[in-house]
Design a binder for this molecule. Structure first.
Ligand SMILES: [Fe+2]
Length: 374
């Protein structure tokens, strides 16, 4: 697995990094048991939202084209009069994460949505309780999410029939992969932000639960703004100006090898190691162990060394992370530009876990120069 110097990233073969692509949540058409999902089993109820069960339409799409992203957070009133007209919010950790009650996302006015984009940029992630996103027609949920950017269609995930813009996270009832997985792995932690190999990765992103285990299957988020801030000025300076290759090849190969679909030819893209948020102006680390393979211009050992440090820095940052628990009706909204996350594969009682993601794409990552801290 020799490293490959990337001149024209869109056409390159896979570039494998120090940590291979790790797929803790192996799913796909071959593992899907429609009968149990629709009718239940001795121990498990049928799926609560059968119209959200995954299908794998083999339709192939052309490469994504650049588009101009409009960042609605820039238009927001920073006092949030529309978003929190009736609701309440409280921080779950100082640097990241809030819990919101009394706000119905699907009913927000455009001004409320603008404020939502800003609020999420500031808090990185928030969990909204008692939402109706799962209960309204799928097209209405997509119309709501489409305000925040162009819908991303995933290369390999399951989709509700007829709605390729919805990315499904699905582990079926009576699935035993968790037990099998831990015969060869010690943990299921896979820090990443979503599809960062795209030229314009997602921004304000939505994930809502349809079914889940009574305990387990939490999601942990980490602030990449705080991960950047924790570094010394000298180290920050060195990271500025560097670019890294983010690769979608392994994800596509992984799907193909287990009989899944590949809807677009995989790509790899160079992004800055430090990106600036278009609304807050905050700088954030922009690397993740799942998709970032190599730092451009460094030799392999140097790149591996630096990436391993950064991945460990993020993974160890329990003091800039928040762990979110799913409840019926929960919607988690995060800013994929400034937060990474990992799922947790810690339940093995055969309970179904079924979530839907709406994934609006945002601007091409850019960086602004290093600034001395005041
Ligand atoms: Fe993810």
């Amino acid at each position: 697995m020799a490293p490959i110097a990337v001149e024209t990233p869109q056409q390159q073969a896979p570039v494998r990094g120090p940590i291979d692509y790790k797929e803790a949540f192996i799913t796909g058409p071959k593992a899907f048991k429609r009968d149990i999902e629709e009718h239940g089993s001795e121990n498990q109820a049928p799926a609560s939202y059968p119209h959200y069960l995954p299908t794998w339409d083999p339709k192939v799409y052309p490469p994504l084209q650049p588009f101009e992203h409009y960042e609605h957070g820039k238009d927001a009133d920073p006092t949030f009069p529309h978003l929190f007209a009736n609701g309440t919010h409280r921080p779950l950790a100082p640097k990241i994460g809030s819990e919101v009650n009394g706000v119905q996302l699907s009913k927000l006015s455009d001004k409320g949505k603008d404020e939502l984009a800003l609020f999420i940029a500031q808090r990185k992630v928030a969990v909204f309780r008692d939402q109706d996103l799962a209960d309204i027609p799928i097209q209405e949920a997509l119309d709501f999410g489409g305000y925040f950017g162009r819908h991303h269609i995933h290369v390999s995930s399951g989709q509700p029939a007829g709605y390729p813009e919805v990315h499904l996270v699905h582990r079926g009832a009576e699935d035993t992969i968790a037990r099998d997985y831990f015969t060869t792995r010690t943990n299921s932690i896979t820090w990443h932000s979503d599809v960062t190999f795209e030229a314009q990765p997602p921004g304000t992103t939505f994930l809502y639960v349809l079914d889940g285990p009574e305990a387990g299957g939490d999601t942990i988020y980490a602030s990449m703004t705080e991960a950047y801030n924790r570094l010394s000025p000298e180290f920050q300076k060195r990271l500025h100006g560097l670019k890294a290759i983010h690769s979608g090849f392994e994800q596509a190969e992984n799907s193909r090898s287990r009989g899944g679909v590949v809807r677009r030819e995989p790509i790899a893209t160079e992004h800055p190691l430090v990106r600036t948020h278009p609304v807050t102006g905050e700088k954030a680390l922009f690397v993740n162990a799942q998709f970032t393979r190599q730092i451009v211009g460094l030799k392999k050992e140097e790149s591996d060394f630096l990436l391993k440090f950064l991945f460990n820095h993020i993974a160890m940052g329990a003091d800039f992370q928040v762990r979110l628990k799913w409840e019926k009706g929960s919607v988690v909204v995060w800013d994929n530009r400034v937060a990474v996350h990992t799922a947790i594969l810690d339940w093995d009682d055969g309970a179904r876990r079924h979530l839907a993601r709406i994934t609006p794409q945002a601007e091409r990552p850019y960086e602004t120069p290093f600034e001395e801290r005041k």
